[in-house]
Design a protein around this ligand. Structure first.
Ligand code: CA2
Length: 152
């Protein structure tokens, strides 16, 4: 069975514990369960990961590119957290291995501080989902599946 990789960047382990007015009360474990249910209906497995370390995320992205080419993975749903606005290295990693990525943000970053309006990731993403709360993860999995994710 093919999988979808769901990657979460820094501080997303805090989801549901603080800032409920911005990110809601759903925990990251709840998001994982939502992803498993959504993917299961599409006949997909989920590889769900979170890290607070840029290098770790880059290593996972590097592993994911070949896994897509091998037919083991359809691509990644990725909430890069604050790396969205800072990380050329993560952008280069995605581009470097041609990983099909749906960039996903829980909050509407465009309705927030100006520094959240720019994304280094968006130019190398297949699609972007912003502002749907944690439902965005489910929409992103469905979108990635429907895109076929076969043309990078
Ligand atoms: O809206 C999103 O999903 C973000 O990617 C979340 C990031 C933020 O830096 C982006 O601008 C938008 C922050 C993730 C940290 O989440 C927390 C959750 C609870 C308490 C504190 C942080």
């Amino acid at each position: 069975m093919a999988s979808v990789l769901v990657l979460n960047g820094p501080n997303l382990n805090l989801l549901g514990t603080r800032k409920p007015e911005v990110y809601g009360r759903t925990t990251l474990a709840d998001v994982e369960e939502l992803c498993r249910q959504t993917a299961g209906k599409l006949g997909l497995d989920v590889d769900f990961r979170q890290s607070n370390h840029e290098g770790q995320l880059i290593d996972w992205i590097h592993e994911a590119g070949p896994a897509v080419r091998a037919g083991e993975l359809i691509g990644a749903v990725y909430n890069p957290g604050a790396h969205t606005h800072t990380s050329v290295a993560i952008r280069d990693a995605i581009e470097g291995v041609s990983l099909p990525v749906i960039e996903c943000h829980i909050s509407n970053v465009h309705a927030r501080e100006e520094f959240r309006h720019h994304s280094f990731i968006s130019p190398v993403a297949r699609g972007i989902i912003v502002g749907f709360g944690v439902l965005g993860y489910a929409l992103a999995i469905e979108g990635l599946h429907r895109l076929g994710a076969d043309n990078g």
